[in-house]
Structures are given as structure tokens and as C-alpha cells.
Design a protein around this ligand. Structure first.
Ligand SMILES: C[S@@+](CC[C@H](N)C(=O)[O-])C[C@H]1O[C@@H](n2cnc3c(N)ncnc32)[C@H](O)[C@@H]1O
Length: 336
């Protein structure tokens, strides 16, 4: 009886002990190689890396052992076909392994008394991982920028929950007359982004502000006359599901934002949708981790129809939809 039960549950879960033990190590190696800039170089640049220190050689050999790098006779390493997928998805790995680690770490202790673990993240890791996820879809960014650049009169594009400003930077490069603004609740992330962008070409067109974009009783303190009058495109990525959970649903949040910016022409919403499927392996990869993390933090993940119903109820039409990046990631460009 005992044997049968064990066999059944192991088969049902389809995650085996070796996955459990080797997976976390492999994920740490992926983040370490990313800290060295290897994945970007291997994917987009030179196509190979040459380890420069003993530790780098150990790391490269470990990545070879797991099947993601292949050694060449000259001492360099290249991506294998499996390695291409890892390099492409390194942002998800960083978010899950470093960004959400503080939540998973305290789960056992908090579960004795609490219902949820409110937003315990490493904000810098989440910001960097999300920007990597954004950068891997240049066609989506280019399509958004093309619409903005085609507006008869340039305006201000505001990113709500902008993290390190990576998306604004990419859009600014393609829409040269647009002004750019970003707001994020993490003051440290905003300070780092300001420092990084201060010396760049876009510095004169950029405003970065620390504050919350969660609708409350009145306008938020960061909303000054310049933003109220000039914001014509408002964007938000990977944040609306969270704000909607705390703030009365998707339409309530988008409706408040629409009130803040009377001259808004366009809303861009990128977010992660609830996937279908029961067990771990009936869902697209990353969906179980994403959904489990959000259940622990008390944040709802919303269905595609719930986003669409909210857009329609507020009079926004989906002018463009980009959903080829990952099965549960959708970006919609809304106009009215
Ligand atoms: C998952 S990250 C997405 C970052 C970025 N939008 C992207 O997609 O690359 C969510 C971001 O929203 C920020 N955030 C969370 N709650 C917020 C709030 N109430 N107001 C403003 N920003 C918030 C976090 O600090 C974090 O940078």
C-alpha cells in the first residue's frame, strides 16, 4: 500500500529528486553567468566567451556539464541549442531565484501564523530580470515606439512601475521627440536608474520619480501639472495584476489612471495571465512558479477575458496584441 501511494504521487508530480537537487544549483549558475554578461554576449554578440579566471573556468565547466555550453579546442565556450533557451529566458531565472527568494525563504516560519507574505522581494533582482525579459522582445518595443512616434504631436510616455527604466530607454531611442517619465515605489531602484541614465543621450528627456501608482483616495503626491497635462501614453508591465488585486479590480485601476491623465491617447498593458492546467506539467513552464509565488503573497493572477472585459468597459479598444513571447505573457496596446 505504501509503495503504491509513493509511486503514484511521484509519477503524478513528474518532478524527480534529481530535478529538485540539481535545479537550484543550475539556476544559481545561470544567474552568475548573467552577472558576468555571458548570456548576452553568447546570444547577441561575439557568440563565444573565454573564461578569464579560475572561477570563470569552473563556472564554464559546470555549465558545460549541465549541457548549456560547449567547449571549443581554443578554450572558448559557445551555447548549445539547450543553452540558447536558457540564455533567452535568463530574466525569468533571475526573478524566480533571486527576486522571489525572500518570500520562499520565510514561508515555513510565516505559515505557522499568517495567511500571506506581503511582497518580500529583492527589488533590484526583480527589476533587472524584468528588463531582460522586456529586451528580448524588441519587436514589441519597436511596435509600441512606432505608434508613439507616429502621433501628430509628441507627448510624454509614462511607465507606471518602471523599475530600472529599461523599457523607457528602448522606446526613447526609437521615438526621438517623445518625453519619458517613470514612477516606481522602490526609491533605491529609482535612484540607481537615475544614476545610470544621467550620463546618457536621453537624460534631457527623462524624469524618474519614486512613489506609488496604486490608486487611492486622491491624486498621488508625485502627480504634478507637467505629468497631468502632458502624459499621452501610459504603460505598465507586470504590475497591473498586483494593483488590481489590492485595488478593486483591473477596471478600477485603469479607470483611476485615466482620470489622472486627461490627455491620454494610449494605454499599454503588459502582464501575465492565469494559465489553464492542473498539475505542474500541464501548465506552460514558469506558470506554476509564478502562480505559487503569487498565491503566497496574496496577489491574484487574472484571466485574459478579465483584462479584455475591463478594457471594453472603459471604452478602450485593443489596437495591437503581442503574445508570442511566452504562453502566459501578453502585451496589449489600447487606444480609443
Ligand atoms: C514585476 S516588476 C516589473 C518592472 C517593470 N515594469 C518591467 O516590467 O520591467 C514590478 C515593479 O513595480 C514596482 N511596484 C510595485 N508596487 C508598486 C506601486 N504600488 N507603485 C509603483 N511601483 C510599484 C516594483 O518596485 C517593481 O519595480
Amino acid at each position: 500500500m505504501t509503495t503504491e501511494t509513493t509511486t503514484q504521487s511521484t509519477t503524478g508530480a513528474r518532478l524527480r529528486l534529481p530535478d529538485l537537487l540539481e535545479g537550484p544549483t543550475a539556476a544559481q549558475l545561470v544567474v552568475a553567468a548573467d552577472d558576468l554578461g555571458w548570456w548576452a554576449r553568447l546570444l547577441n554578440g561575439a557568440g563565444s566567451v573565454v573564461p578569464a579566471t579560475r572561477l570563470q573556468r569552473s563556472l564554464a565547466r559546470a555549465l558545460e556539464r549541465v549541457g548549456w555550453l560547449a567547449a571549443a579546442p581554443d578554450g572558448s565556450f559557445r551555447l548549445t541549442p539547450d543553452g540558447v533557451e536558457i540564455a533567452f529566458n535568463r530574466g525569468f531565472v533571475r526573478v524566480a531565484v533571486r527576486g522571489w527568494e525572500p518570500t520562499f525563504r520565510v514561508l515555513g516560519e510565516r505559515a505557522a501564523t499568517d495567511d500571506v507574505i506581503p511582497a518580500r522581494t529583492d527589488p533590484a533582482a526583480v527589476a533587472r530580470g524584468c528588463t531582460d525579459i522586456a529586451r528580448r522582445s524588441p519587436a514589441t518595443i519597436a511596435a509600441i515606439a512606432a505608434r508613439i512616434a507616429a502621433d501628430p504631436v509628441p507627448g510624454t510616455t509614462l511607465d507606471l512601475g518602471c523599475a530600472d527604466g529599461g523599457r523607457l530607454q528602448a522606446i526613447g531611442a526609437l521615438a526621438p521627440d517623445e518625453r519619458l517619465a517613470g514612477v516606481d515605489i522602490e526609491a533605491g531602484v529609482i535612484a540607481d536608474a537615475r544614476a545610470r541614465l544621467a550620463a546618457g543621450d536621453l537624460a534631457g528627456r527623462f524624469r524618474l520619480l519614486a512613489g506609488s501608482v496604486q490608486p487611492g483616495d486622491g491624486p498621488p503626491p508625485w502627480l504634478d501639472d507637467d505629468l497631468r497635462e502632458n502624459v499621452t501614453t501610459a504603460m505598465t508591465f507586470f504590475l497591473l495584476h498586483q494593483l488590481a488585486s489590492d485595488g478593486g479590480g483591473i477596471a478600477a485601476v485603469l479607470g483611476a489612471w485615466t482620470d489622472w491623465f486627461p490627455n491620454l491617447r494610449r494605454l499599454v498593458v503588459g502582464d501575465v495571465m492565469l494559465s489553464s492546467g492542473e498539475g505542474w506539467h500541464e501548465q506552460p513552464w514558469f506558470a506554476p512558479t509564478f502562480e505559487i509565488y503569487h498565491e503566497l503573497t496574496g496577489v491574484r493572477i487574472w484571466r485574459d477575458e478579465e483584462y479584455r472585459d475591463a478594457y471594453t468597459s472603459l471604452g478602450w479598444r485593443v489596437a495591437e496584441r503581442h503574445d508570442g513571447d511566452h504562453p502566459i505573457v501578453v502585451t496589449s496596446v489600447l487606444e480609443r
